[in-house]
Write a protein that binds this ligand. Structure first.
Ligand SMILES: Cc1cc2nc3c(=O)[nH]c(=O)nc-3n(C[C@H](O)[C@H](O)[C@H](O)COP(=O)(O)OP(=O)(O)OC[C@H]3O[C@@H](n4cnc5c(N)ncnc54)[C@H](O)[C@@H]3O)c2cc1C
Length: 413
């Protein structure tokens, strides 16, 4: 890392929030340096793994069908966060989502307009988050953002904005969540996203008196295949289709009615249920019919001719597994199949309180003069400890834009 260039705005991070901030600050006239902890080939944080973002709109467009009004978006946020979101900030956020597809398109992001699942609430990136990340990096380079890779910031001074050798006039904290730190502390969990989400900047800011929002112990979890890598497995490791068979705990006992866990929130519900089991692991068991009905999986299933044999393969008790199959009534025709499951962390749910200029707020309620935050590091202001699909990307882009513009404004004043 070098501090040779006297940047006016320093952006810490390399995902959507950082890119939106860096591009906005640069377009507003500031000299910008962006620090991405990851090497170039792994740049883009969790954004790389994402697919869609949630947008309010009053009518169908080429990018999103149907109607999703601001009031409905706000109601969804209030429900998902159990009313613990910042209502004023959420209002500003939802309104700002409306012109996000146009803004992102102007920065080179391409949206998918055909062959996508119907979703009146979200717009999909063509080529997924990786394509969006690549397009935004290309734009950032083109407009003159200085991008440093392998450039992990290990702290930030909340009074000055200084970070390591850098002495900017304003600093944007856009370095995501702390999934990797949570996974390291709880190795039974799998980090679905970037291993560079260590949370050191969040901890440094909190240690200097920044106000926390959300909950340090909470995370968005989904059921993932236990054979997934400990980080960066992305979306394909998700396990689905429990309603076509049965989910059992380490002994082989069912722990919920699989058919009652439905809808788009089922992934998070399963993640939570499995994390609450004593061993934090489960197995999806399917029979010869269930395996054809369940969605395709990236990992092959374990297979056995009888339930007793399958029990031996997954380390469960044979009699318990057979009793579970009788009870469920959906696991009857051999051969039998198993997918081992662990909870996978999508993101953590503690962040920094910000105001509507994206300035970080101290414990006494006063805003930091030149420290801004965007993306997952402040998302609990909007999401609480809950989630709405596509909300993470929108928080990153909306507050990235705000933070970048405000940081530039402060730096150039
Ligand atoms: C598998 C998966 C699928 C997802 N799908 C969706 C989806 O479809 N829609 C949606 O809205 N959300 C989705 N999410 C959540 C979404 O990815 C996040 O909400 C979003 O990426 C947050 O953006 P961000 O810029 O704040 O953080 P990130 O995209 O995680 O970026 C953080 C960046 O900061 C860098 N960094 C971290 N620490 C430092 C440091 N100390 N110094 C310098 N750089 C640092 C990292 O290397 C990384 O580049 C998904 C997440 C996962 C894991």
């Amino acid at each position: 890392m070098t501090g040779a260039n006297p940047e006016q705005v320093l952006v810490i991070g390399g995902g959507l929030a950082a890119l939106a901030a860096a591009i906005s600050a640069r377009r507003a006239g500031a000299r910008v340096t962006m620090l991405e902890a990851a090497p170039r080939e792994l740049r883009g944080g969790n954004t790389r793994h994402s697919r869609n973002l949630r947008i309010a709109h009053d009518g169908p467009t080429a990018r999103i069908p149907g109607i999703y009004r601001e009031e409905e978006y706000l109601a969804d946020l209030a429900k998902a966060s159990d009313g613990r979101n910042d209502a004023h900030l959420s209002q500003r956020f939802v309104h700002a989502s409306t012109d996000l597809p146009d803004w992102l398109a102007a920065q080179g992001v391409v949206f998918q307009t055909r062959g996508i699942p119907y979703s009146r609430k979200t717009a999909f990136f063509l080529g997924g988050g990786t394509a969006a990340v690549n397009a935004l990096y290309a734009t950032a380079e083109r407009v003159g953002v200085r991008i440093l890779y392998d450039a992990q910031a290990d702290g930030v001074d909340l009074e000055t904005g200084a970070a390591g050798p850098f002495r900017p006039r304003a600093t944007v904290l856009a370095c995501g969540g702390a999934q990797a730190a949570m996974q390291a502390a709880s190795p039974r969990l799998i980090n679905r996203g970037t291993p560079y989400a260590l949370g050191e900047i969040l901890r440094a800011a909190l240690a200097q008196g920044a106000q926390a929002v959300g909950d340090a112990d909470a995370a968005h979890l989904v059921a993932v295949d236990a054979r997934s890598p400990s980080a960066d497995g992305g979306i394909v490791t998700r396990v689905d289709g429990m309603e076509y068979g049965m989910a059992v705990d380490a002994r082989g006992a069912r722990f919920t009615d699989e058919t009652a866990v439905t809808g788009p929130t089922r992934y998070a519900t399963w993640g939570r249920l499995i994390a609450a089991l004593p061993e934090q692991r489960a197995t999806l068991v399917l029979d010869a019919d269930g395996i054809d009905r369940a969605p395709l999986s990236v990992f092959p299933p374990l297979e056995a001719p009888t339930l007793a044999d399958l029990a031996a393969r997954i380390g469960a008790d044979a009699a318990t597994l057979e009793a579970s199959a009788r009870e469920a009534g959906r696991v009857t025709r051999p051969p039998f199949f198993a997918f081992p499951i662990r909870p996978g962390i999508t993101f953590t749910c503690q962040g920094l309180r910000v105001d509507e200029t994206a300035r970080v707020i101290r414990g006494d309620g006063s805003p930091c003069a030149n420290i801004f935050a965007a993306g997952m590091i402040m998302a609990p202001n909007i999401l609480g400890t809950g989630y709405v699909a596509g909300g993470g990307m929108t928080v990153g882009a909306v507050f990235g834009r705000i933070a970048g513009e405000e940081a530039a404004c402060h730096a150039l004043a």
